[in-house]
Design a protein around this ligand. Structure first.
Ligand SMILES: NC(=O)c1ccc[n+]([C@@H]2O[C@H](COP(=O)([O-])OP(=O)(O)OC[C@H]3O[C@@H](n4cnc5c(N)ncnc54)[C@H](O)[C@@H]3O)[C@@H](O)[C@H]2O)c1
Ligand SMILES: [Zn+2]
Ligand SMILES: [Zn+2]
Length: 361
């Protein structure tokens, strides 16, 4: 029997979200229905509402969630009803050209539910990042459900599902940060501060956190930043150079998604350094760089989708680090809110008051 549940829907470009009823079909072959326990509010949800991702409105927002498997469809063997899971927006298909080449973390045909969730009038919804978890229950591909230790409270565990994994993985997987590296992170929201935490766990010797908001920089110190730079008062490129013997950092992570911060990241690298872009730009943004600098500085300019993670490998690792007190997921949970508070959470995000507002159901 299809179920009607409450959900947060973005109806059109730039329009406020509304809490409304949606219809969740029974899980078909390979699908699972998950009862959501908690879901973080990521900046990408706001990008969706602004129409900055694509125009496939109406969107069912929310994609950073932990919950319990409610029901599974035919042929599902990986999870069963009652399993405690974090939902991933990457579920490698195993058969696309990237998976076949042994690079499942780039999978070009990641699995999602085949059936649509709909408004009560039958209008199909586009679930954010193939998840859609600001709701009582959601329908996903069963392969998107990654079982994790139930000792991790859902408010914290859910954050692994996007922002924390994206930031941590940008440093550790994409940037390859390792012992002795110097690292700078530009933009220290939930994603950037997870990159700070990842760099610290990987053994970076210098971690420079850059933001325009002193509150974010305070948080960054807590996650392991050795130095902080307020880009409102100080030129971040000069500051990063000054803190790295005049050379620039080995790895610079851009976690804002703007041309000016990308440019700063580009010039704040040491020779042969790595730039990792995590911030999502708007479709109309462009950047100009001198070609001689692109060549002459060497190194690599990379973008990081979801921290190049393999959820089935990486989620349980991050949860173990959390349960051992090595990764402070609780430190990202700035406030807990209800489903009716998403617009308020967007305001808190825009005013810089939170790392994560987390919906608890
Ligand atoms: N690549 C991925 O897989 C992935 C995953 C999740 C989120 N994202 C993207 O990462 C970005 C960050 O997400 P978030 O949830 O942490 O957002 P957020 O709003 O919490 O953080 C953004 C931070 O950037 C800071 N900032 C703004 N302008 C700045 C500037 N000029 N210089 C320095 N800092 C500045 C803000 O003060 C804020 O702390 C977003 O673009 C989001 O869409 C990407
Ligand atoms: Zn996200
Ligand atoms: Zn694939």
């Amino acid at each position: 029997m299809a179920q009607t549940v409450r959900a947060v829907v973005a109806p059109g470009r730039g329009e406020k979200v509304s809490l409304t009823d949606i219809v969740i079909p029974d899980p078909g072959p390979g699908e699972a229905v998950v009862a959501i326990a908690a879901c973080g509010v990521c900046h990408t949800d706001l990008h969706y509402r602004e129409g900055a991702i694509n125009d496939d409105f109406p969107f069912l927002l929310g994609h950073e969630a932990a919950g319990t498997v409610d029901a599974v469809g035919d042929g599902v063997t990986g999870v069963s009803p009652g399993d405690y899971v974090v939902i991933a927006w990457r579920a490698p298909c195993g058969t696309c050209r990237s998976c076949r080449r042994g690079r499942p973390w780039y999978c070009f045909a990641s699995e999602n539910a085949a059936q649509p969730m709909t408004l009560t009038d039958g209008t199909p919804l586009s679930p954010a990042l193939g998840i859609g978890a600001f709701c009582d229950k959601t329908l996903v591909a069963a392969s998107q459900c990654v079982p994790v230790d139930a000792a991790a409270r859902p408010e914290a565990a859910g954050l692994i599902g996007c922002g924390v994994m994206a930031g941590y993985g940008a440093a550790v997987n994409t940037g390859g940060v390792s012992r002795g590296d110097t690292v700078a992170v530009i933009g220290c929201g939930g994603v950037g501060n997870a990159a700070v935490a990842g760099a610290a766990l990987a053994g970076a010797r210098t971690i420079i956190a850059v933001d325009v908001d002193p509150r974010k920089l305070d948080w960054a110190r807590g996650f392991g930043a050795t130095h902080t730079v307020n880009a409102k008062d100080t030129d971040p490129v000069e500051a990063i150079k000054a803190l790295t013997g005049g050379f620039g950092a080995d790895v610079v992570i851009e976690a804002v998604g703007r041309p000016e911060t990308y440019r700063q990241a580009f010039f704040a690298r040491d020779l042969a350094g790595v730039l990792v872009q995590v911030g999502v730009p708007a479709p109309d943004m462009t950047i100009q760089l001198p070609m001689i600098e692109l060549f002459g500085r060497g190194g690599a300019l990379k973008s990081s989708w979801y921290g190049d993670c393999l959820p089935s490998r990486d989620f349980p690792i991050l949860i173990d680090l959390y349960l051992r007190g090595k990764l402070d997921l609780d430190g990202f949970v700035s406030e807990t809110i209800g489903l009716e508070d998403i617009e308020l959470a967007f305001e808190h995000m825009q005013r810089g008051e939170v790392l994560r507002s987390v919906v608890v159901l």
